[in-house]
Ligand binder design. Structure first.
Ligand code: SF4
Ligand code: SF4
Length: 229
């Protein structure tokens, strides 16, 4: 899932300063699971903003809504009346949700209330860790199911840099060396030999640093080619 964190209250209040009637929109999927922008967080932030603005003699109306997913237009369209009634919209979804809200309702300013961090997993309640950087060409089949791009601080593809100490990464000694994890896992699987096969240079144009990426199924390709997606 996508992991995000709420922006500091001061930053949020700063963005809301010019407005007197706002809509805060939560997301019931990733942002909810990582406890950053679900219905509960929307309600807590709404109360906090109302109380703070009231205390400062600048009352504000905060309407609250949480949709199932902010990254699907079908869940946003039912918000039309609430968006229309607000001076501005504040999203507690990830960056994708913020952008789709803005595309769906171009007549309103849409502001982000979360900082979107990474794609990751839940290790413990309240503790999330990055596991994928969306490189576009997955190599997990070659690395025992442990991502060298994400788990190695330098994204090395063919073994460790040699800087690790006591199993920890030289870049951050609180983090396990990703390549030692890969080595141990391949040893467990009795597949250490596979490390002899060199992984070739990666084509990063398929990753986050190339052009904006799209995945289009064959059965919808025609409409995509016509510029509909
Ligand atoms: S190799 Fe690429 S796609 Fe696979 S987990 Fe790592 S970053 Fe994600
Ligand atoms: S110490 Fe390990 S995880 Fe850190 S950069 Fe070197 S190989 Fe990668």
């Amino acid at each position: 899932m996508i992991i995000a964190e709420r922006k500091p209250l001061d930053a949020i209040l700063g963005m809301m300063t010019p407005y007197h009637k706002v809509l805060v929109v939560g997301c019931g999927t990733c942002a909810s699971v990582c406890l950053a922008g679900g219905a509960r967080e929307v309600a807590m932030l709404g109360s906090l903003v109302r109380m703070t603005r009231q205390t400062n003699d600048e009352p504000i109306e905060v309407a609250e809504a949480t949709v199932h997913r902010q990254c699907d237009k079908e869940f946003l369209l039912p918000l039309a009346a609430e968006v229309e009634a607000a001076d501005a919209v504040f999203s507690m979804g990830c960056g994708c949700g913020v952008q789709l809200l803005a595309e769906t309702f171009p007549q309103r300013r849409v502001f982000p209330l979360l900082d979107t961090k990474f794609m990751g997993v839940t290790l413990e309640p309240g503790w999330w860790a990055e596991r994928c950087r969306g490189c576009g060409e997955c190599v997990l089949d070659r690395t025992g199911g442990i991502c060298p791009i994400t788990r190695c601080s330098k994204g090395l593809l063919n073994g460790p840099c040699g800087g690790y100490r006591n199993g920890k990464c030289e870049v951050d000694p609180t983090v396990d060396c990703g390549w030692l994890l890969i080595f141990d896992r391949l040893k467990e699987l009795n597949e250490l030999e596979s490390l002899r096969a060199i992984l070739g240079p990666k084509d990063w144009s398929h990753g986050a640093f190339g052009q904006p990426r799209r995945v289009v199924r064959d059965d919808v390709r025609t409409s995509a080619e016509e510029g509909h997606v």
